[in-house]
Ligand binder design. Structure first.
Ligand code: SF4
Length: 316
């Protein structure tokens, strides 16, 4: 890779985020067993009444219940409210990044976006997902989608170093951990994983790409991914990072045993609450928080008014 050809943002990401050739930590060989035992011990009493695969938790569901229990319940009840350009652009952009790794030549960001849309449109097995929506979407919505996804991919291309095959890039890497005799499933889909462990030496970097501002829960999302990857492969990532495409800045955290144990405790707390609420063992608690603004219960919940008042006070 020609270093002189990199933009200042690409160079900064290469030096400070990827830290190629830097020291990498080694972890105990029994780390994954230790983490799994800690999770299963913590969840055993909650999960004993569940059927197989009855509770599936990803980073969003976990973040929702930690923010406000009723918000999580309402979101689960409302379900997915359909595709739109705003909802689909992230999926298209991620597919485009995946293609950028494996397509030859030098496709432009718009070429990649169009190739991603074509792949999904051509997937005839997809009869009610994004592919089906794309096949029937009005031209104006498709144009909007192309524009938004293009913006995202173009920002990635100009600010993140070009992905090298030797880095073992894995866009949209899926991780799954089954717990408590498969009654609880933890799932993740990592935007980008780079590298592979060697023995018990951690050599994987996980990066989540965001548009918009930084939120505190982004740190917890990445710790959740680190935990899943540690249990799945037996060796955790050496580092997790959120990359903010709008500002070409990143927030990194190097993974340690303490960090993984904290992530375990948050999962036990959050998944325990999700199980109690899903089995209707108690009523959900309401905690006013930023999600009040788009919560499905905002018209009926007093918390939305409380949050609006807090915002007014803060905005002064
Ligand atoms: S409006 Fe706010 S407090 Fe009420 S359920 Fe929704 S997120 Fe929770």
């Amino acid at each position: 890779m020609e270093l002189d050809a990199l933009t200042p943002a690409q160079r900064r990401a290469r030096e400070e985020l990827l830290d190629l050739g830097g020291e990498r930590p080694t972890f105990p060989a029994d780390l994954a067993v230790d983490l799994r035992d800690r999770l299963e011990d913590g969840l055993a009493s909650h999960a004993e009444d569940l059927g197989r695969g009855e509770v599936a938790v990803n980073k969003s569901r976990l973040a929702d219940v930690m923010a406000c229990e009723r918000y999580e319940v309402e979101r689960e009840r409302a379900g997915f409210d359909g595709w739109s350009p705003r909802v689909a652009q992230g999926t298209i952009a991620h597919k485009a990044l995946e293609l950028s790794v494996f397509l030859g030549g030098e496709p432009t960001p718009l070429d990649l976006v169009d190739a991603a849309i074509d792949r999904l449109v051509d997937d005839r097995d997809d009869t009610n997902g994004l592919g089906a929506w794309l096949r029937d979407a009005p031209a104006i919505e498709l144009a909007e989608l192309r524009a938004e996804a293009h913006e995202r991919v173009a920002r990635f291309v100009e600010s993140f170093p070009p992905l090298q095959r030797s880095w073992t890039p894995r866009p949209e890497a899926r991780v799954r951990v089954d717990l408590c005799d498969e009654r609880v499933v933890l799932r993740g889909k990592v935007d980008l994983a780079l590298g592979a462990p060697r023995g018990t030496t951690a050599r994987v970097l996980i990066v989540d790409f965001k548009t918009g501002p930084a939120y505190a829960n982004h740190v917890d999302d990445l710790r959740f991914y680190a935990l899943l990857e540690a249990i799945r492969s037996g060796v955790p990532p050496w580092r997790v990072a959120t990359y903010y495409l709008d500002s070409a800045t990143f927030r990194v955290e190097d993974v340690t045993g303490d960090l993984l144990h904290q992530a375990c405790d948050r999962v036990i707390d959050g998944v325990g609450r999700i199980i109690e609420l899903q089995l209707q063992r108690r009523a959900p608690r309401e905690v006013p928080n930023p999600a009040c603004r788009w919560c499905p219960a905002r018209d009926a919940c007093e918390g939305a008014g409380v949050w609006a008042g807090l915002r007014e006070d803060l905005d002064g």
